[in-house]
Design a protein around this ligand. Structure first.
Ligand code: PGA
Length: 254
């Protein structure tokens, strides 16, 4: 049963999430972390940096795999997820560069890049703790709603909903890349533990669908109902559409 933690606001979601990551790294210093980008995990990363500066977390043996990267944005492009990760986390902690994995959105052969990324994940084994945000359309990573979904690392065409949701980071909508490389649902579902974060009422519908316990590729996050260890941390806004029907499917924790 999925565990659901309903917290007051974005800051509390971020703090609770950072605490879970800290506990995981204390328990297993060579933890393999699956990392997400976007607005949602920014607060969690701030807490993790603070914890590191206070001497509470040592990242020297931690290994990371990011979920996705835009096709066509080089690592030094300010809207690339490479840039985001260094800016918002890696430059401020003691992680080793060779332990960081992010798909390369400007690889000459993108199909080969997907295969390479998949091999890298397999070589390490399994992700210990996968952190996820969720799209307004229920995407996780950039696994977008579709009739069918490739389960391994693959190239996706972003939906209009996603392009619209992400245009706020770019000067104009034309600049938002149309394609991305994303980790597949297979690696996400093989993670030992998954933690999904959502904040704000614009995520309420996607969260409601996720907790229904009804699987559909039209809402990719619904696959999480099949995972044995998922914790969903949501604030009041993201929880605002939940009724007794969805709450009966989950274990509420605090
Ligand atoms: P956001 O994106 O955190 O910027 O809302 C989440 C996602 O698209 O997965």
């Amino acid at each position: 049963m999925m565990k659901v933690m309903i917290v007051r606001d974005y800051d509390e979601m971020s703090r609770r999430a950072a605490e879970i990551v800290k506990e995981q790294i204390l328990k297993k210093p060579d933890t393999v972390l699956g990392l997400a980008t976007g607005s949602t995990p920014l607060g969690m990363y701030k807490y993790l940096i603070e914890m590191h500066k206070n001497g509470e977390i040592d990242f020297s043996n931690v290994i990371t795999f990011n979920l996705d990267e835009y096709i066509g944005l080089s690592p030094d492009h300010p809207q690339s997820y490479h840039y985001y990760m260094y800016e918002n986390l890696f430059n401020h902690i003691n992680i080793k560069k060779e332990n960081i994995h992010i798909p390369n959105g400007v690889a000459e052969d993108l199909e080969e890049e997907c295969k390479r990324y998949e091999r890298e994940i397999r070589r390490i084994g399994r992700i210990d703790l996968q952190i996820l945000g969720i799209g307004v359309n229920g995407h996780i990573g950039f696994n977008e709603p579709d009739e069918s979904i490739e389960t391994k690392t693959h190239i996706v065409t972003l939906t209009e909903e996603t392009i619209n949701a992400n245009k706020r980071f770019f000067k104009s909508i034309e600049e938002v890349p149309r394609r991305a490389i994303t980790m597949g649902l297979s690696s996400i579902m093989k993670a030992r533990k998954i933690m999904l974060l959502a904040s704000g009422s614009n995520k309420a519908k996607a969260i409601k669908e996720t907790l229904k316990g009804r699987l559909t590729t039209k809402v990719p996050s619904t696959v999480l109902a099949l995972h044995p260890d998922v914790t969903i941390i949501i604030d009041k806004g993201a929880a605002s559409l939940l009724t007794d029907e969805e709450l009966a499917n989950v274990e509420l924790t605090d």
